[in-house]
Design a protein around this ligand. Structure first.
Ligand code: PMP
Length: 409
């Protein structure tokens, strides 16, 4: 029997929010930085040789040998109680009294961002962010259809009086901030500004999303208290944390500390997204905390990162054109450079990658685009050895085509 033929109708289109998130030329260029010969300052990758693979393997081995039925089974959406207890203990000794019930375990802190976007944002709602801002947070908020408005700031972080005025004018659902060793700038918000941000949240009634994946990676200086630890903000500050930068990003274990109503809404959204974060990873992370000394491990990692930061700081003066400036982070993984305004780091990237080194151009980190970030770049200083960093900076000078005595127009 002959098979009837039909005209082929195309399948329905993607949702508008997915269509709006297109490809990017920068992403295409940076794809080639996976080649081993490229010294990649663009990635945000913790140094893999510093992972405590032996300790993590022992933790997985123990939970799989001793409690396999539990480790390999479905778990609750809120997260494994033994992990939440341990996390609550760590927060409490750092000056933020926390109980296990205050926490939701998330699949990396990135998931916390998308859960918050899901439960807080209607399309068209306004979100305030730092300027510049963590790129994948901008993406998560864009996916939820948010209107993103940048709060101006300086080396001490966002300006609280500008924040106050924007909260009054824009009526945002939340203000998103990475107060310590920010991605992308490496800057840390001063204690005075944190108190002022907390005061704005109290006075104006706005959520503050405090994202802190880097805070433990401090090389020098004094720890600055979380915004979440300030008086009167318990019902409006959400604190996000993650093991990605201190244990290993492949674990995908993060957490969210939030007041009950918001935390329960996030748990329902998480159920729809992935039911729960992998049980075995949660139990292994908890076992690691019980059997090993994570703080000592982080101390060792911070020592190595500090030497790498110093290598980058020492070489930047020769690597960038005359008139450039850059941040000097006290911890974390990134620093931020600003070239004279005649330069366009997006345009220069192709040439620089051909010279065998990569950075991330700064423009995409600015909400709303425009000219403001044209001459900026993010450099990750933790993935290479000091020698490789020196070589990468030499290539940057060559690839950029500038020399200190004769800056390009
Ligand atoms: N927030 C910030 C500021 C980050 O830099 C990152 C990772 N680059 C994340 C959240 C997400 O990290 P993860 O999901 O691995 O915890």
């Amino acid at each position: 029997m002959a098979v009837p033929t039909f005209a082929s109708a195309p399948p329905p289109p993607l949702a508008a929010r997915a269509r709006a998130v297109g490809g990017s030329p920068v992403r295409d260029i940076l794809a080639v930085t996976a080649r081993p010969e490229v010294i990649n300052f663009a990635g945000g990758l913790p140094a893999p040789e510093l992972f405590d693979a032996e300790g993590i393997a022992a933790a997985f081995g123990a939970v799989l040998a001793e409690t396999p039925a539990r480790a390999l089974q479905y778990s609750t959406t809120e997260g494994e109680p033994v992990l939440r207890e341990a996390l609550a203990g760590r927060m409490s000794v750092r000056g933020l009294p926390t109980s296990a019930d205050d926490l939701l375990v998330t699949t990396g802190s990135q998931q916390a961002l998308s859960l918050l976007a899901t439960v807080l944002l209607e399309p068209g709602d306004t979100v305030l962010v730092e300027s510049p801002c963590y790129l994948a947070a901008l993406q998560a908020f864009a996916f939820a259809g948010a209107r993103v408005v940048a709060v101006p700031g300086d080396d001490d972080g966002p300006d609280p009086s500008a924040l106050d005025a924007l909260v009054e004018r824009e009526r945002p659902k939340f203000f998103y901030t990475v107060p310590t060793f920010q991605n992308p700038t490496g800057r840390t918000m001063s204690a005075v500004r944190r108190a002022a941000v907390a005061a704005v949240a109290v006075r104006r009634g706005v959520w503050v999303v405090e994202d802190d994946p880097y805070g433990e990676l401090r090389f020098e200086g004094e720890r600055v208290p979380w915004i979440a630890a300030h008086e009167g903000v318990a019902d409006r500050v959400v604190l996000l944390g993650s093991f990605s930068k201190v244990m290993a990003p492949g674990l995908r274990v993060g957490w969210l500390r939030a007041p009950g109503v918001l935390r329960r809404a996030c748990a329902v959204a998480k159920q729809a997204a992935d039911l729960h974060t992998p049980t075995v990873n949660q139990l292994a992370a908890a076992r690691y905390l019980a059997d090993r000394d994570l703080d000592a491990h982080v101390g060792r990692v911070a020592g190595v990162y500090r030497a790498r930061r110093d290598a980058m700081l020492a070489g930047l003066g020769d690597a960038l054109p005359e008139g450039s400036s850059w941040t000097r982070p006290e911890g974390g993984m990134f620093l931020w450079a600003r070239l004279p305004s005649s330069y366009d780091t997006t345009e220069l990237l192709g040439e620089v990658v051909r010279a065998g080194v990569a950075y991330v151009p700064g423009a995409p980190f600015y909400a709303g685009g425009g000219e403001v970030g044209r001459a900026t770049m993010r450099l990750c200083f933790v993935t290479q050895t000091p020698e490789e960093i020196g070589e990468g900076l030499r290539r940057l000078r060559v690839g950029g085509g500038w020399s200190r005595s004769s800056p390009r127009p």
